[in-house]
Design a protein around this ligand. Sequence first.
Ligand code: ZN
Length: 636
Amino acid sequence: MGARPVVVFALVVGCLLGGVVGVSGAAAEPIELENGLSQSGTDDRIDVETRLSIPDSTAELEITIPADTDVTAAEGFERIDDRTYAWTGSTATPSLEYEYDATVRGTHRRREGVTFVANDEWALVRTPSVGVSWRSTDTDSELLQTNAVDGEGIASTHMAYLGPYTEHTSSAAGQTFRLVVPEAADLREDPDEILGAFEAAAERLVIGSRPDVFAIAAPTAGQTWGPAGVQRGPGGDMWVRDAERLGTTRNTWIHEYVHTRQRYVPTDATRWTVEGMADYYAALLAYESGDVGYAAFRDRLERGTDPQYDDVRLADPGTWSETTADYARGAQLFAHLDRRLRADADTSLDAAIAGVNRPKRELTQRRFLSAIGSAGGTDVRADTERYTETTATPPIASRSDHVAAFGGPDIRRSIAETAVSGPYRTGPIDPPELVVGETLELDVVAENVGTAAGGFEVELRVDGEAVAIREGRLDAGVSTTLRFAREFDSTGEFELAVGTERAAVTVREPAGIEVVGLDVAPAAPIPGEPVTLRATVASAADRPAAGEVTVRADGDPIATESVRVGEGTVTVETTVSFDDPGEYVVSAGGQRTTVSVREDAASPGIDPTGLDDQPGLGAGIAVIAVLVALAAVGRR
Ligand SMILES: [Zn+2]
């Protein structure tokens, strides 16, 4: 998550020359200072040229450059000490050139890495803080400080990128967004999607002023960034790793964006609010925009209950400064306060924050408690005190409690019906016990019981793995049925899950078959007369079955057929004729019966066509046709 480094503001001190009166009515000419940044030949450093344009009204001027620089050239300046240079007055446009430590390494909440870097190809850097003090005859004397990149690159007030890049811009809610995508970056998300997320957040968050945003996508290839993003300075400057995703509860783009909106100055007791607020809104906005479900939002808040934070008192940074409790526990507390403010007082956390989110104004514990108290009343104030000053943790709201307080969509998912289809049977089945080759069909009802339309995503998981996803959008009070189908081609016990609903599925091999009846018609034919043999087949167990039925005459197979039995029985038919009078034993499976072929003087015989083509058949038996009928009988 983003670090928020302590920012050293440029020291700006203007003093009037005693006894000298400025020219009244004349437009004040400002002192202009520009830091020109360029790539350096030295690792981890960049070159800076601090150039000034000094008006006549200026009598004396000194500049203080950052620590640990190597000054390589000075024009119109003389050195006072390592960091301080005095203007000699020899030129109105003095300049100082120096190498500046651009790479910043360190450990941020136990994560080691860089927060700014200069390498051979590009640099993502803090702009140098240069202090200026001067004496002037001009009563309105002021300083205009800017940064520029000498060569390819782009600079803002507190950050700069040196190297080739593309800039994408948009605006919303009176706020301008600049997204700088370096050529060296491999942006995971579409630039327009990132700008769209900024715009949506700008419209949604009503917590105070909206400084223009300058966001750099930090190249991750070959870099070990400590944090995933950094916001710097009392404005909209930030960088986010190019690999960071949108649409998750830990959306770094939105996390850093929230920092750009935080104008107040925290004290030790309220320092947790900085990261807690950024994490809370990043998760809330992901949920409200439909990118994640309530379960994911809730999971994010539940990180605050991790036992590693058991001794944390948010108002005492000494109890958490080496952890990320301010992010996790902080987000959990803001969620609790936001819900209570909405449920009990018909206001919101946004409104309470907006009241204290003032530039350069300290947010003390007292001011924070008073802002929450005046918005939400004594109970909510007491909650805030308890959950910041003791180790107690606030409850996490159920989805229905959340929706009751926030309004919005609340989409429930439930399994309405399970059915089976496939080669054996079709129809409802409960409990879902299948055989290999069958398909389980699930009807899932998605219903919006909330107060506003919203998008939803229904995911079917088998043993924890997502196998199908349906998306859609539902108006409030409306439901829809979604059908999922899953074929099972191996045996086992499987757990199907849709949201929090579970269904256990058992899949076995098909059972064997059993011939339970054998009929012949007619039972006493004359020679050559077609005789229908009908075998009735059932499953040998309490589940669908598969196997082969062979019909025999006098022990010789005359027809074999593959049979599948769902529920009930199926029949298998074959037709034969017998040329010679006599007794013939016909059988199928364990069933047997006798065909008595009688003499018929009137019909000397039917030509037994095909007799010789039936290998293995005894003399005098001919198969005229084989017909298999599968007639499922019984329940569906
Ligand atoms: Zn942060």
